[in-house]
Design a binder for this molecule. Structure first.
Ligand code: SF4
Length: 316
């Protein structure tokens, strides 16, 4: 038997032709990008606005010749000592828990990742041996794809296994699925997250206040004693405006979520249209610092863990 969220995933718009029917147009083309849009997300789009900030994240864009854009900009494949695990930073590892997502984002830095063999659940024996041997690791990050595209039983199993490794104290789960398909936060999933002895950090991926629905807000009420954070990607035409980012931070806070990271675009081929210049990013961040209390200002970063200032070569 399938849950509501699994039906949502099955009923998503797939490909340009289904989008053209839904949005009553003929302008969408695939251009080699595998369009997938959950109906909940599609219904949030303003159909008469061709530049709707939600829509342009998930449709294909014409290629723009620009240097520095790569197939796999973060080179995750080079940091994988065991299939399904990426180890870049001393105290934490990232698991490729799933190769699927509820939605396909045109700017996704992992859209060309070679998932073959990188399945953390199938390779769990080798992964748990690796973590056992590296006692400095105290945090496991579930990523993908989107880890919440796994069923509740698999997530429960994986969290139990991680809980059994004595030196792991924290589990961090990155998800956009829970935002775009709020029914994904099922009672069973909430029980698993609420009852584990691990510290649980949920990092939602939201880019625009229009994505934050009352249904999502309601679904968060099932969660207790978890740390809820958000990360956004700074995207031209989506959220590169001071008012939009201020409103996003305020709305996240009203949902009980703290803005955590504002990522510079990872330069993956096909995402060129979303590039925001460094100077514009700095100006926007200064605007946020003027308009918001410090705890509502996300850290402006490039890649996963490089402070923006460090990346610029500046000193505090
Ligand atoms: S991993 Fe995240 S950014 Fe990439 S397609 Fe999935 S939901 Fe979008």
């Amino acid at each position: 038997m399938h849950n509501k969220w699994q039906h949502s995933s099955r009923d998503s718009l797939r490909g340009a032709s289904e989008c053209n029917v839904f949005f009553k147009t003929n302008k969408f083309t695939d251009n080699g990008f595998k369009i997938k849009i959950p109906l909940e997300f599609a219904r949030l789009v303003n159909k008469v606005d061709p530049n709707d900030p939600l829509l342009i994240q998930v449709i294909s864009h014409k290629a723009i010749a620009q240097s520095g854009f790569k197939s796999s900009p973060l080179e995750d494949e080079n940091f994988s000592p065991v299939d399904g695990l990426i180890h870049k930073y001393n105290n934490r590892v990232l698991l490729i828990a799933s190769r699927s997502c509820a939605i396909h984002c045109q700017y996704c830095f992992r859209q060309n990742f070679d998932y073959a063999g990188h399945d953390a659940i199938s390779n769990w024996g080798s992964i748990s041996d690796y973590i056992d041997d590296n006692k400095q690791i105290n945090e496991v990050i579930l990523s993908g794809g989107d880890p919440l595209s796994l069923g509740d039983n698999k997530i429960k199993w994986l969290i139990n296994e991680i809980e059994n490794i004595a030196h792991i104290k924290t589990i961090r789960i990155h998800t956009r699925t829970a935002v775009v398909v709020p029914s994904r936060i099922t009672t069973e999933l909430a029980e698993t997250l609420n009852n584990t002895s691990l510290n649980v950090v949920l990092v939602f991926h939201t880019n625009h206040p229009q994505e934050l629905t009352n249904e999502f807000k309601e679904s968060l009420k099932k969660l207790s004693n978890l740390t809820l954070l958000n990360q956004s990607v700074l995207l031209k035409g989506v959220n590169d405006a001071g008012d939009t980012l201020v409103n996003l931070s305020k709305k996240l806070f009203s949902f009980g979520i703290l803005p955590y990271y504002l990522h510079m675009l990872d330069r993956v081929g096909g995402s060129e249209a979303f590039l925001v210049t460094d100077n514009s990013a700095i100006e926007l961040h200064e605007h946020l610092k003027r308009e918001l209390s410090g705890y509502l200002v996300p850290r402006l970063v490039r890649d996963e863990n490089f402070e923006f200032k460090s990346w610029l070569g500046l000193q505090d």
